[in-house]
Design a protein around this ligand. Structure first.
Ligand code: 8YV
Length: 322
């Protein structure tokens, strides 16, 4: 199989125990052309979010790979329809990264409200002159109303943390929300439009699909409270970055905490400039424990497939033909 990036050592060892592995030594993202060639030269591909496994990887003569095992839960970089048409199985790594990604969403909420990035930058720049009663006053997170878009595993884990640790009332909207309901102390609303004006913090946890592209744009940002903060640990495409920059400049919202971007690793310069924005380099699942667990989960999927069993994390609908 081709493994596109370097992985935690224990994962690479486990892979080599079971498979004949080719690995790109430079640890750089492969081009679409290289990925298409890899699909013709290998029985399996183990890829990550930086690999765009698009339709040409699955189409035309000579495609040999029967499984694409993604290291990560989000699969917006894989052409699932083309994989399904070609009968190629696609798997991902859910569950194991839920807690760490939820923790990072909370970290961003705290960092924006308590001005942690600004404070750290000032200290390192040597401009901190000492404690004073009015220095870098932020805002309390405890008790603010949290809005969650997408109530899957990660959205639910963020809600639990916010409720238990920060006494935050939680309102959620998800594609499958019943009209108006309450479950586990979370109030579900029937539309995104209903959610936006109600919340102090809006945290995004939906997948990136054609339907969620620019889900948060100029219109949605204008419906948010002027003091509200946007948190995105999902995918960059869900937010129209230019509209976010415009809304921040105009003071329509109070800040943002972002871990994902529209054109990673490029970040809109209008975001980099701002002190009311906290920016992280796609670290949601980046703990030693979780990256190892993600890798082992991908290994389990690959082993099951080549044993002739159903891989535990096969994406339903992505590959239906034998
Ligand atoms: C991963 C992520 O680091 O799992 C996901 O969807 O966004 C990240 O947690 C990345 O996808 C690795 O491929």
């Amino acid at each position: 199989m081709l493994v596109t990036r370097r992985l935690p050592a224990a994962v690479e060892t486990a892979l080599r125990e079971s498979f004949e592995v080719t690995q790109e030594p430079s640890d750089r993202p492969l081009t679409e052309r290289e990925l298409a060639a890899a699909m013709r030269d290998h029985d399996a591909l183990l890829c990550t979010v930086t690999d765009r496994v698009m339709a040409p990887c699955f189409e035309g003569p000579g495609v040999r790979a029967r499984i694409v095992a993604n290291f990560g839960v989000g699969v917006n970089h894989i052409a699932l329809d083309a994989a399904a048409r070609a009968g190629v199985v696609v798997t991902n790594t859910p569950d194991v990264l839920t807690d760490d990604t939820a923790d990072l969403a909370i970290l961003l909420m705290l960092a924006v409200h308590r001005r942690a990035g600004e404070g750290e930058r000032a200290l390192r720049a040597g401009t901190w002159t000492g404690w004073r009663p009015t220095h870098l006053l932020g805002r309390r997170l405890t008790g603010r109303t949290l809005g969650i878009v997408g109530f899957g595993r990660i959205g639910r884990a963020v809600a639990e943390r916010a409720q238990r640790a920060f006494a935050m009332p939680v309102v959620a909207w998800t594609r499958t929300s019943p009209p108006e309901s309450e479950r586990d102390g979370v109030r579900f609303v029937a539309s995104l439009d209903a959610l936006l004006p109600e919340v102090d913090v809006l945290s995004l946890h939906c997948p990136a699909t054609p339907e969620t592209r620019h889900l948060i744009g100029a219109r949605e940002l204008a419906r948010m409270r002027p003091g509200a903060v946007l948190i995105n640990t999902a995918r960059g495409d869900v937010v129209d970055e230019q509209a976010l920059v415009d809304a921040l400049r105009a003071g329509r919202i109070a800040g943002a905490g972002l871990d994902v971007y529209e054109e990673e690793p490029v970040v809109h310069p209008g975001l980099v400039d701002r002190d009311d924005v906290v920016l992280l380099p796609h670290l949601g699942s980046a703990t030693r424990e979780t990256r190892e667990a993600m890798g082992m989960r991908a290994v389990e999927n690959l082993r099951a497939f080549f044993r002739g069993d159903a891989p535990p994390d096969r994406l339903l609908g992505a590959a239906t033909r034998p």
